[in-house]
Design a protein around this ligand. Sequence first.
Ligand SMILES: *Cc1c(COP(=O)(O)O)cnc(C)c1O
Length: 410
Amino acid sequence: MSYVSHLEGAIDAAVLPARTLQTLHVGRPIWVRYDLDAVRDRVDRDAIATRAATLWRYHELLPAEDPDHVVTLGEGMTPLLECPRLGAALGLERLLVKDDSQMPTGSFKDRGQTVAITMAKFFGQRRVAIPTAGNAGGSMAAYAARAGLEAWVFMPEDTPQINQLEALQTGARAFLVDGLINDCAQIVAAGREPMGWFDLSTLKEPYRIEGKKTLGLELAEQLGWQAPDVVIYPTGGGTGLIGIWKAFQELAALGWIESATMPRMVAVQSEGCAPIVRAYDRGERFAEPFAGASTIASGLRVPVAVGDFMILDAVRASAGTAIAVDEASILEGMRLAARCEGLVICPETAVCLGAAERLRGSGWLAPDARVVICNCGSGRKYPHLMTAALPRLSSAEPCDWDRLLQGPGP
Ligand SMILES: *Cc1c(COP(=O)(O)O)cnc(C)c1O
């Protein structure tokens, strides 16, 4: 038995039954709610440290009915790395990177998929489908294979090749669509009845948030049951930001964190696709679709987010902010992290470095703030962004060493 008490419509707080298959409620996402009093009574926070190093160590705060029958690839408890050299480059004395590039399929999408696929299987689903602009499809395909479910993946034509490959390698039926992720989402929605699949789109079922929530639970545990001062999060659909904030709410309700201070949540987007930042700047709770969305950070190319108000609520409730960064800073940020710390970060995370620098510059971030940036995925999935500029050498001619020395550095 899980500690789930009920599900709740995020837009109207309607109480919905747990243990039934759920998608959206009045077109908006659903929260999973727990009997936190029972968890507080029966679970010893400090005993968690002795459990296996996967995100399922927090199973009392997750929806699976039986923690021994979850669909897992050993995901979670990724390192929280101190980054003094990268921090110094950004003017931050206490920068930490939560390195989710070390997840089974190389991105933090695995957090959501291990939980969502576990629940889909529990509810008897045989076929699952997802629209994806990047890592979600590969992750879902891997967990579906692990669970023995059939996976269908729909992605824009310009989805990074490695993400296309991931879906194929793990046996998914994969398709390229001449549109954006919301066009792919429409195909998945249209196929729900005729194809009989379960729609695992971001926030269209309640459980991916719960998986992403473990980012916040791990952060708290790794910091000795404290919250960081600031979490800087690259925001596409926003599951992670919503999940981290939910984690700290639940930890506070449980009395599991040492101080009452909550992290300030920063939503970062690229100027090429910044619907959430625009709504934040206008003081609105819902975001308008972002026309002409375009960014090399494919995980952020989300012109319409069905959980927009959940992201904006978390940002405002936490006294955080939302900020857009220019595209040019992305490759620069990827090189900077690699050079300073040997960390191969994804373009989405590089967007956060640009944001940190700007927020430091404006004084919004104090130099001694304990700042966490999530490295959401491996930069090794984006060879096309980095290798195009490699200089060529002719094997037929002797090397001009002076020219090599003067060439562009790392
Ligand atoms: C999906 C993804 C994001 C965006 O995450 P959301 O939770 O959808 O906002 C950022 N970075 C990477 C690498 C991703 O795969």
